[in-house]
Design a protein around this ligand. Structure first.
Ligand SMILES: [Zn+2]
Length: 305
């Protein structure tokens, strides 16, 4: 029987030149395709997730003891970029854990997701994952059409945060956090294109600040200006290949401002985009798609509700 931690219908763990191991597409994948569902080896409550406590070591040891042999091997096969010398469970955990948002708790526990953890990083990834709390797993979907044999990539950093914008900033964070030099398609652009890319990312960041810093009482002319800013912000996040979740964040602002100004066509257009984007990240049957559909079909009700 195939090792479920090494291959599935659409993916397979393989050697990737210059990167060690990675995950490759086994067939052509369409945008929005569900590539895999990854169930945690174990979940670590946020109170136990600390840098120094022995509590974490004890917790990890207990969790590892409970795993079957195949799962144990999958854990120890993951990269440890934190330990000096031999791999440690703590080092593997901190290199590979993912925050998850469970509806039952206000905290953000972390999960060891054995397949998702195998994806290498790109500043312009071709997949996106989200935690499906109902099923208790992370779901990975294709963010664009992917060819058979292409490497599946995930973005390790939230690139919308200050200090993670330019190539230099991203590279230095990835080096210190994960120990590699990023040579993704964005970071390895030729100098003039890279300079342009950096500039647009800085612009997108500055626009986000304008949109987040909205005051309560604005004239319709001021709202109209912010709407133009938000439209440009959404356009840039889309063009630069920011994660769907970040594109949706900008789309939400555009929709809201357009509704406040009574610009029905703009609201309709962005709700169509939102619906498509939500389908890519969350799946076509998701509540997020329903919410965007509602914005399109019953905009006033959605605004008030
Ligand atoms: Zn990069």
């Amino acid at each position: 029987m195939a090792n479920t931690f090494r291959e599935g219908r659409y993916w397979r763990v393989e050697d990737v030149p210059g990167k060690g191991k990675g995950v490759l597409a086994r067939e052509n994948l369409k945008i929005g395709e569900l590539i895999f569902q990854d169930f945690p080896l174990f979940i670590v409550p946020s109170a136990v997730h600390t840098d120094s406590s022995e509590q974490l070591d004890d917790y990890l040891e207990a969790q590892l003891q409970d795993l079957c042999l195949e799962a144990k091997e999958a854990f120890w096969d993951l990269t440890d970029s934190k330990s000096q010398g031999p791999k440690s469970s703590r080092g593997i955990y901190f290199t590979n854990c993912f925050s998850i948002k469970q509806t039952t708790t206000v905290e953000y526990p972390t999960a060891m997701l054995p397949i998702l953890a195998r994806l290498n990083h790109s500043c312009r990834p071709n997949t996106e994952f989200h935690w499906n709390d109902e099923l208790g797993c992370d779901e990975l979907r294709a963010f664009r059409n992917i060819s058979q044999g292409e490497e599946l990539t995930n973005c390790y950093l939230d690139l919308t945060i200050k200090g993670r914008i330019t190539q230099q900033e991203r590279r230095s964070l990835l080096k210190s956090g994960y120990g590699f030099d990023c040579n993704c398609e964005v970071c390895s652009l030729p100098f003039n294109l890279l300079e342009q890319d950096d500039k647009l990312r800085v612009e997108a960041f500055n626009l986000s600040q304008t949109c987040f810093d909205l005051k309560d009482s604005l004239s319709s002319e001021e709202i109209s200006n912010v709407l133009r800013t938000a439209e440009r912000w959404f356009f840039l996040r889309k063009m630069l290949g920011y994660k769907v979740i970040h594109q949706l964040e900008a789309a939400e602002v555009v929709w809201h401002l357009a509704m406040l100004l009574g610009q029905e066509q703009t609201a309709l257009n962005i709700s169509r985009e939102g619906e498509v984007l939500a389908g890519i990240r969350y799946g076509k049957e998701s509540i997020e798609v329903e919410n965007w559909k509602e914005k399109r079909l019953n905009p006033v009700k959605s605004l008030i509700g």
